[in-house]
Design a binder for this molecule. Structure first.
Ligand SMILES: Nc1nc2c(ncn2[C@@H]2O[C@H](COP(=O)(O)OP(=O)(O)OP(=O)(O)O)[C@@H](O)[C@H]2O)c(=O)[nH]1
Ligand SMILES: [Mg+2]
Length: 343
């Protein structure tokens, strides 16, 4: 579930990237695309680590990428670097003038460029398809020939592709284009310290499907530079209810419809990220392909039940709380799972 950070120059992308990953991409000269991992904070995970005291602790991690590109080829570099990003985090400069209207102008400037970039891809492909009209078409060609005109129309109206309902099969057939505007987008308005409310006005004017998150990147970067035990006091002193880090992570999970399950033991406690609605065999496949192929049953207890019945495997078993689930079981957020498989 890689998140690509995108925004106009000097909007605060690298600052936000550093807040999320701790990686100072601004100091990595010569690296076009910098990747980093954000560790997902989860009190349930911490509790499981406390209970099992495992040799290895593996919390869930979300990859972020930040692009350092200037000059003529910048756009191409951004396109290539973020082709694999599943979700986009669009950072908007709201701090330079502190005016929501300026922030919105900046947001729309890049949003329009993304629409235009997608439109060009669409048109190129349709032109090539038209030229090969007499040759035999592959199923992929006919899918493109069928779906792309509708996409083109949407883009010509200046609208992003993510607003079009698409059948899963069609969506899959369009993957190779890495369209910008088909991907889910989360907007962060980089707010001035003295006026965090600029994001509210931005949201009133922008009317986005998913409202933008307001973050004062400069302040939040200072926060992350503090030792963890001093952070709460700093937040309280500024009247910030929740640090940017947690808000962005939660935003990313809800944007990309992800959830977490756990595997536990004395060797390792690990959190696994899966799409909401994933069935047990596929969830097992995230650990290893063999687990999916040879899936027999999943031994499941949800975190809350696990804690309620004493917080040990033995207690859970004695209380008859370990469920044996089959292939159709939809894994729930916070499930603790032991897969039984046969290869
Ligand atoms: N006052 C203020 N300055 C900020 C804020 N966020 C970023 N800056 C400053 O703005 C400049 C740009 O920040 P970056 O995070 O490097 O922005 P960027 O979008 O990565 O910039 P490019 O990669 O060059 O396009 C830096 O000098 C930051 O210190 C903010 O919230 N308030
Ligand atoms: Mg940068």
């Amino acid at each position: 579930m890689e998140i690509g950070i995108l925004g106009l120059p000097q909007s605060g992308k690298s600052t936000l990237f550093e807040i999320m990953t701790g990686v100072k991409s601004r100091e990595m000269h010569g690296e076009t695309c910098v990747r980093g991992l954000a560790t997902v904070p989860d009190s349930r995970f911490d509790k499981l680590v406390e209970i099992f005291t495992p040799v290895k602790v593996s919390p869930a991690k979300v990859p972020f990428s930040d692009v350092n590109a200037v000059g003529e080829k910048a756009w191409e570099a951004v396109r290539q670097s973020l082709a694999g990003a599943e979700g986009l985090l669009h950072v908007v400069d709201g701090y330079t003038t502190g005016d929501a209207a300026d922030a919105l102008t900046g947001y729309r400037k890049l949003a329009d460029e993304l629409v235009l970039a997608d439109l060009m891809i669409c048109e190129n492909r349709l032109e090539r398809l038209a030229k090969m009209a007499k040759k035999p078409m592959t199923p992929q060609d006919s899918l493109h020939g069928r779906v792309l005109p509708r996409l083109k129309e949407q883009l010509e109206a200046g609208k992003p592709l993510r607003e079009i309902p698409l059948a899963e099969e069609d969506r899959h057939g369009l993957r190779s284009f890495s369209f910008w505007t088909i991907r889910p987008e989360m907007v962060v308005v980089n707010t001035p310290e003295e006026n965090p409310a600029v994001v509210d006005e931005f949201n009133r004017q922008a009317g986005l499907a998913v409202p933008a998150i307001g973050i004062c990147c400069a302040v939040e970067a200072e926060l992350m530079a503090l030792p963890p035990e001093e952070r709460q006091e700093f937040l309280d002193s500024l009247g910030i209810r929740e640090a940017a880090f947690g808000r962005v992570i939660r935003g990313a999970f809800s944007l990309l419809k992800r959830t977490v399950y756990f595997t536990v033991g004395e060797d390792e406690v690990k959190a696994w990220i899966i799409p909401v609605g994933t069935k047990a065999p596929r969830a097992a496949g995230v650990i290893h392909n063999d687990f999916e192929r040879g899936f027999i049953k999943a031994e499941v207890i949800n975190f809350d039940e696990f804690i309620a019945c004493g917080g040990t495997n033995a207690a859970a078993k004695a209380a008859g709380k370990l469920r044996l689930e089959g292939k159709e079981y939809v894994v729930q957020d916070g499930d603790i799972i032991n897969f039984r498989f046969n290869v």
